[in-house]
Design a protein around this ligand. Structure first.
Ligand code: AMP
Length: 368
C-alpha cells in the first residue's frame, strides 16, 4: 500500500525529498508557512501554516504514516508532544542537539569528536571572559537560529567588539577562529543498525554560504579515514536514526567538528546525479522502512550553488542542455542576492572542465 511521508518544511530540501519519495511510490504531504513554498509544487498535498501552529502540525501528522523535518527550528515543545503520538523515527533529539550551537559542540565533544575551542556568551562580561579564554581572532555566533553566516562576526581585536554590540544580550558562542586548510562534510543515513555514508565533499564557502562542493574530496587517506570513522562512531553513540550531515574544518591531520544537521544537506545535493543513490532517496527509504543502499560515486563531481546573483547565468546554462551538467532551479518566486535559488551539478571531468567558462555572480558575463 502507498505510504505517505509528512514533511515539516517545504523548501528545496522538501522539494527534492518529495521527488524521490514519489519515485519510490510514496505520497508526500508538506507543511510550510509560505504559500509558494517550492515543495508544494511536487508534494501530493500541502498545508500552508506556521511552524508553531500546533493544530496544523497535528493535521500533517494525522495525514502521514511517517514524519520527517527539513526545517531545523521546529519548536521543541511541539515536536516532543507529536513524537509521543506519531511515527517520527528520527525523533526530536538530533534536532534538539543541533538547535543550539553550545549544546551542539558539547554533544560533539562528549561523543568522540574534536571541536574548535569555544565558550558560552550571555552578556558583555562573559564575552570579555570568553575572549580571554579563546583569544583573538575568534568568531562570535548567536547560539540559535543562525545559518549561512547570519548572526556571526569575526573579532580580530578589541575594536571589533563593537561589531556585536547589538547582539551582546543574545545568547551566543565564541569560537576560536580556525585557519583551516579546507572545509569538508559528510552525509550519513542510519536505519538504527547500519550506517551508510556518501562520499565526503570538500566545500568552498562564499560569505558564509556554501558555494562549491568537490567530490571526491582532495584529502589524505588519514584524514578521510578519521573523518568517516569519527562521524559514524558519533552517530552510533548518539543513537541517531535517519539522516545526519556533519561539517568539519580540516587543518593538517586535524578534523574539527563545526556543525551538524539532521536533515538532507546542501553539500549532499551532488549525490542526485553524482552517486548511484542520493541523500533524499536514502532518507525516503529509511522513512519507508526499506533497506538502505550504499552509494557509489559515478564520476568526479562538482556542485555549484546558485544564489540570486547567479540566477541569470544558471538560466543561460540550463538553456544549453550540456551533457552531464544538471541544472536544478527550485522555482522560488522571488530572486534575491544570497538566496539559494538552485544548484548545478557537473558530473565527470569533461563537464567539470566546462565550469570555469562561466563567470558566476559577475556583472559582465560573456555568456549572457
Ligand atoms: P557556520 O554557520 O558555523 O557553518 O559558519 C559559516 C561559515 O563561516 C563556515 O562554513 C566557515 O567558512 C566560516 N566559519 C564559521 N566558524 C568558523 C571558525 N570558528 N573559524 C573559521 N571559520 C569559520
Amino acid at each position: 500500500m502507498c505510504k505517505t511521508i509528512g514533511i515539516i518544511g517545504g523548501g528545496q530540501l522538501g522539494l527534492m525529498l518529495a521527488e524521490e519519495a514519489a519515485l519510490l511510490g510514496a505520497r508526500t504531504v508538506c507543511l510550510d508557512p509560505a504559500a509558494d513554498a517550492p515543495a508544494f509544487r511536487v508534494a501530493n498535498s500541502s498545508i500552508a501554516a506556521a511552524f508553531d501552529d500546533a493544530d496544523a502540525l497535528e493535521k500533517l501528522c494525522r495525514q502521514s504514516d511517517v514524519i520527517t523535518y527539513e526545517f531545523e527550528n521546529v519548536p521543541s515543545r511541539l515536536l516532543i508532544e507529536l513524537e509521543r503520538k506519531y511515527n517520527i523515527p528520527q525523533g526530536f533529539e538530533p534536532l534538539f542537539d543541533a538547535q543550539d550551537r553550545v549544546r551542539e559542540k558539547r554533544n560533539a565533544l562528549a561523543n568522540g569528536l574534536q571541536t574548535p575551542q569555544f565558550a558560552e556568551v550571555n552578556d558583555e562580561a562573559s564575552l570579555l571572559a570568553a575572549i580571554e579564554q579563546v583569544g583573538y581572532p575568534c568568531v562570535f555566533k548567536t547560539r540559535t537560529l543562525g545559518y549561512d553566516g547570519h548572526g556571526q562576526a569575526v573579532l580580530r581585536c578589541a575594536e571589533d567588539i563593537a561589531k556585536v554590540k547589538n547582539l551582546i544580550d543574545t545568547p551566543a558562542i565564541l569560537e576560536q577562529f580556525v585557519p583551516f586548510d579546507y572545509e569538508a562534510s559528510i552525509v550519513m543515513v542510519s536505519d538504527g543498525k547500519d550506517i551508510i555514508h556518501f562520499p565526503i565533499g570538500r566545500n568552498v564557502h562564499r560569505d558564509g554560504i556554501l558555494d562549491l562542493c568537490f567530490v571526491p574530496a582532495q584529502m589524505s587517506q588519514t584524514v578521510q579515514n578519521q573523518l568517516i570513522a569519527g562521524s559514524k562512531e558519533f552517530m552510533r553513540r548518539c543513537g541517531y536514526r535517519g539522516i545526519l550531515a556533519i561539517e568539519y574544518f580540516v587543518r593538517g591531520n586535524q578534523v574539527l567538528f563545526n556543525e551538524m544537521a539532521p536533515r538532507p544537506h546542501n553539500s549532499g545535493h551532488y549525490t542526485i546525479e553524482g552517486c548511484t543513490t542520493n541523500q533524499f532517496r536514502e532518507l525516503a527509504r529509511f522513512l519507508l522502512g526499506k533497506p538502505l543502499q550504499s552509494p557509489q560515486l559515478v564520476a568526479p563531481t562538482v556542485m555549484k550553488n546558485i544564489l540570486g546573483e547567479d540566477f541569470d547565468v544558471a538560466q543561460c546554462i540550463a538553456k544549453q542542455g550540456l551533457n552531464n551538467v544538471f541544472v536544478h532551479l527550485y522555482g522560488k518566486t522571488e530572486c534575491r542576492p544570497k538566496r539559494k535559488m538552485g544548484h548545478i551539478t557537473f558530473v565527470g571531468e569533461e563537464a567539470v572542465g566546462t565550469m570555469a567558462q562561466w563567470d558566476f555572480a559577475a556583472t559582465t558575463n560573456p555568456q549572457k
